[in-house]
Structure formats: C-alpha cells, structure tokens
Write a protein that binds this ligand. Structure first.
Ligand SMILES: Nc1ncnc2c1ncn2[C@@H]1O[C@H](COP(=O)(O)OP(=O)(O)OP(=O)(O)O)[C@@H](O)[C@H]1O
Ligand SMILES: [Mg+2]
Length: 264
C-alpha cells in the first residue's frame, strides 16, 4: 500500500490512502453534562481529504462529538484544532472557524420562509460579505450539483425530504468549508430518498472533501470511508478500515452493535 507520487488517492483493496496533513485534531477531549460523562478522552485526527465514518449505539456521544467540533457544545477539557487553529471561544474568530466547518444534521433546518436559493446564499452574503449576484451564481452551481437546480425559487416545504437535505448540503458547501460534518443526515428520510442524499455525499467524498459522517449506512461507509470510528459510552472503542470493521470487528461492543444493526 503505497501512496502515489502525485498525491492522488490510490485505491488498494479496501483502504483509500490519501495524502494530507492533519485538518481536524481532537486531543484528550472530555465533555461532561453536569454529572454525566459524555465524551471520555477522545483522540481523533482527521487528515485533509479523509472521510471518517463515526458509528455507535444511541447515546454513545456521536452527536456530542460533532457538536463540539464547531463549538455548538463547549468541551470540559482537552483541545480541538481546525487547520492548526484551536477553536476560539467566541466572537469573530469563532464565526470564522464556524464558516470552515459545514454541518448537516438529521433535520434539514432550512429557513422555511426563504426560497431554496435564498437559503443557500444567506451565509455567503451575511457572513462572507459576498455580493448577492456572486453568491447566487455560486449557489446555482451548487444546487445543480446536488440535483435541485430547477427548484431554486421554491420554498423548502415544496420539496421532498431528500431534496431538502440536498439543499442543506449545498447550503453548507456554499460557505466553502474545509471540513463537512454530517450527523445522521439520512435517518429522517423515507427509504427511497436515502440513496439520493448518499450519492451526493459519495461524490463529495470522491472530490476530496474532508468529511466526518455519523451514519449507520454501511453502504456509504464501504464506498466512501477511509476509516470507521466506533464509539460506545463516550469513548472511541476501535477504529479501522470499513472492510475490517464490518467483517472483523475487534471489540465485543462492536460485534454486539453490528449484529443488531444487521438484523434490523
Ligand atoms: N444537553 C445535554 N444535556 C445532558 N445530557 C446530554 C445532552 N446532550 C446529550 N446528552 C447525553 O449525552 C449522551 C450522548 O448523547 P449524543 O446525542 O451525543 O449521543 P449519540 O451517540 O448521538 O446518540 P444517537 O445515536 O441517539 O443520536 C446521551 O446519554 C445523552 O443523553
Ligand atoms: Mg446523535
């Protein structure tokens, strides 16, 4: 398994080797909610261009981890740095950092009173101070890319769940983030809409976007992930390639979790 000289991403059997310096560095992170210990000594480095899938039982801390990465949640101790900069506590520096971290949640969270186009241009205009015409031109390209370009003038309620989630992805991409976080982006969708969203995510992964994806979609993990991180009880219990994780999990917790996932 040797990385190619041109820095591209050669595929060996099941692991994509990608070149890249550390982009998200999470060190010794602890998170308490009152007495409850939600994250325990989390160490995780995600390199530029890498796709990491986070998987684990309900309540294991996956969403909490995602939310700490753009400081929707504070951490109790430890550190998180994005592209060499520790996450600032507040103010303009925090707004700048948040722009670097795109986030897509389970619920689509589009502004219901704004059109699809306005939803996508809002951040670039308000936060990045882009000219409206430039923001709209970019937004149209992104909406085309996620397959909803012809819906730009509609309101979110006029779109299907899968279409709304693709708009949410376009909206996050409009800020030109360095890393994209996805927290169970397909789990609120009807089955027939799941693949249209996963396809957009797979394309994004293949284009080299750095991604941290909480999902139980094994097909996505196998197609797009460089690494699977398994969490339980606020800890990272094991991490490996998708192939190894799904076929030969090491820990009892992971074996137990996977056996339940498959039978559902
Ligand atoms: N704001 C909060 N206050 C107190 N406890 C919280 C808070 N948010 C989360 N928790 C607790 O932290 C633990 C981890 O929650 P988290 O949402 O990160 O889990 P998860 O792995 O994303 O689960 P799921 O698969 O159900 O989404 C849970 O036990 C949860 O009850
Ligand atoms: Mg969650």
């Amino acid at each position: 398994m040797t990385p190619s000289d041109d820095g591209s991403a050669p595929k060996t059997s099941n692991i994509t080797v990608r070149r890249g310096d550390p982009l998200v560095v999470i060190s010794h992170v602890e998170k308490h909610y009152g007495d409850f210990h939600a994250l325990k000594d989390i160490d995780l480095t995600v390199n530029r261009g890498e796709v990491v899938v986070v998987i684990g039982p309900s309540g294991s801390g996956k969403s909490t981890l995602c939310r700490t990465i753009n400081r929707l949640e504070t951490i109790t101790s430890g550190s998180i740095a994005i592209d060499g900069v520790e996450i600032p506590a507040e103010g303009k520096a925090l707004a700048t950092l948040r722009a670097d971290v795109g986030m897509v949640f389970q619920a689509f969270n589009l502004f219901s009173h704004l059109t699809i186009l306005e939803n996508v241009t809002l951040g670039p205009i308000k936060v990045k101070k882009m000219k409206k015409a430039d923001a709209e031109a970019d937004a149209k390209i992104l909406l085309d890319r996620v397959g909803v370009g012809h819906q730009a003038s509609k309101l979110p309620a006029q779109l299907s769940g899968g279409q709304q989630q693709r708009v949410a992805i376009a909206r996050a991409l409009a800020m030109k983030p360095k890393v994209m976080l996805f927290d169970e982006p397909t789990s609120a969708l009807d089955p027939e809409m799941i693949n249209e969203v996963l396809d957009v995510m797979v394309n994004l992964a293949h284009e080299g976007m750095t991604m941290i994806v909480v999902t139980h979609e094994m097909g996505f993990a196998r197609k797009a992930a460089d690494r699977v991180v398994f969490m339980a009880d606020g800890q990272i219990v094991e991490e490996s390639s998708p192939e190894t994780f799904f076929t030969a999990p090491k820990s009892e917790r992971a074996k137990d979790f996977l056996s339940k996932l498959i039978t559902h």
